[in-house]
Write a protein that binds this ligand. Sequence first.
Ligand code: AKG
Length: 285
Amino acid sequence: MTSSVTTRPITGWSGDADYFTFREYQEFVPEAVLDVLEGRCAGVVFRGMVPLDVAANISRRFWDSPHRQVRGAEAPGYYIGAYTWNKPTAQYLDEAAAANPILRDLLDVPGDPMKQFYAGLGAVLAERGAVVRPAEHEGRIAAIALFRSWHGRGAFALEPHDDDSQCSDPQMADFERNGVFGNPIGALNICLENKGGGGRLVYWNVQPDLESKRSLGVEYTGSPYPAELLKDYESKWIDVNPGDVYVFNGAHVHAVEPNTTEKQTRTTLAAMMAFRDDRTVVTWS
Ligand SMILES: O=C(O)CCC(=O)C(=O)O
């Protein structure tokens, strides 16, 4: 029998048609990232921003790296980097300190897309006297990026979840990132490879409220949301191709569609970012 915990409908905030869209660009338009970070639209996609040879080179470096790790049941797949999910500040910062030199080395290639992204975003923020930088704590900094290849074998390669709940996790209350809670969370994803079919981003028009998160036991983790509780909300299925860069408000529930066969791989380079105050966008992974 299904328990009442999983049958309460998910309630929360949904955007109107102007907001609930992924604006498509054929080039990098850094101003558009601010439309997401300031809550004017759900997402933006910069098609083909990364040349295919650059994407393939970085992806190869990921698969060849001795530092590639396996991630467990909550998000099965491979990764290099550090992630904040469900851990205390000190552990994350230790992991970030170990990961950052490895990430810098992996991204030390001609055409590093992270460099290009932050140069563009930094320039538009500078026009208004603001900066973008890694979140800090007692002189230590967040991880600069996270490589991932999701391999969930169920209905989704990565289960429906949100990225804002973890920003209020008491285990990380002392981390600067805590100050972004309540603001749009910019989930930056750079697609390095997505061989074959599938691998779309699935994105629902709901930012679950606290009651819904509590009833599902995901107040601080944001994961997982049962897909059957999302079926009444509009969803967008966003095609993701190598070289595409996309940024979306991670406070909405979202997931990753599996590839069409188990042998296929979808690899992305990612980071999170949000306004901590009017003059500071902090990043983490
Ligand atoms: O890979 C994607 O397109 C989305 C990844 C994601 O949802 C996440 O890392 O939280």
